[in-house]
Write a protein that binds this ligand. Structure first.
Ligand code: ZN
Length: 106
């Protein structure tokens, strides 16, 4: 965990105890929930779609087409079902697909 504090931005609201945290959310160093990126944010930052990975190791690419702009990226997983093992969203993780995006280049 060498990620510098502040890299994820600042959380909002009251600190949330560890056992009550939502596994689909990030929390800041004080335990406050950080609002995740939305589909619109990810697209504006150059992502070409989403990548979904199941706990079984199956990975799929999901195009933005058909996803609502205001949906949170990690919450898209909740609507998915793994085509390999049949697992549902709480065992699937989604994040932006930066393939080909010009990101991190100075
Ligand atoms: Zn699976």
């Amino acid at each position: 965990m060498s990620r510098p504090p502040g890299d994820w931005g600042k959380g909002q609201g009251e600190p949330v105890p560890r056992h009550r945290r939502n596994p689909k959310r990030a929390y800041d160093t004080e335990g406050r929930e950080i609002e995740p990126a939305t589909i619109a944010n990810a697209r504006a930052n150059g992502a070409i779609g989403l990548i979904a990975e199941c706990e079984c190791g199956h990975e799929a690419r999901i195009p933005f087409a058909g996803l609502p702009d205001d949906a949170y990226v990690p919450d898209v997983a909740l609507k998915l079902q793994c085509s390999a093992c049949g697992a549902r969203g709480n065992r699937i993780t989604t994040w932006p697909d930066w393939t080909g995006a010009r990101r991190g280049e100075a």
